[in-house]
Design a protein around this ligand. Sequence first.
Ligand SMILES: CC(C)(COP(=O)(O)OP(=O)(O)OC[C@H]1O[C@@H](n2cnc3c(N)ncnc32)[C@H](O)[C@@H]1OP(=O)(O)O)[C@@H](O)C(=O)NCCC(=O)NCCS
Length: 173
Amino acid sequence: MFETNNLRIRAVHNTDIIKLHDLWNDLRVQKTLSPAHVIPLGIKFEDTLRSWVSDSLLYCIIETKADSECIGKCKAKNQDARLGLALLPEFWGRGYATEIVGFVVDYAFRELALHRITLNVFESNVRAIRVYEKIGFVREGVQRKANWMEGRWEDVIWMAILREEWKAEQTST
Ligand SMILES: CC(C)(COP(=O)(O)OP(=O)(O)OC[C@H]1O[C@@H](n2cnc3c(N)ncnc32)[C@H](O)[C@@H]1OP(=O)(O)O)[C@@H](O)C(=O)NCCC(=O)NCCS
């Protein structure tokens, strides 16, 4: 439905649920997405995925135009959307997250008239933090030692971008 330079953003189909399930069962991905126990997620998790898809403002499949897949999602309340994103590891490091987050932020302010976009990220996820900072997200707060990750406590960093910050960036470029 939407396209950026390299990516296509489309609705989730029934046949995608299994791919989303597999994505969550990839250790490298699951441990970055939730402070819950990192465990193999069974068949019941597919109901959870379906409820996320139906409760979200935007919960999309992201495909490369060359036909491979990754995913992203975005939720909204009080004109404040919660952003989340996960790509299959084989697609990391090609600039796709920067491309998709840039598009989603732009769309959220320009077309959905949102006021803020909020997210949280674990402090060890330097790759994700770099993407969010490049797009203009600002650190707003820290939940200290809130996530147990690989034998140590780490902070959860809350970040957001405001409509006026996005607008200022549009004006300056
Ligand atoms: C986080 C994620 C979305 C990033 O996707 P990506 O397509 O690799 O990101 P991009 O290629 O657009 O950008 C990555 C940036 O991080 C930088 N980076 C990579 N490894 C890094 C490291 N160890 N330290 C600092 N920066 C790093 C890259 O250089 C790049 O910045 P640059 O363009 O200025 O050079 C992807 O790794 C992913 O899906 N991870 C699992 C799920 C996840 O963590 N989701 C976010 C939860 S908040």
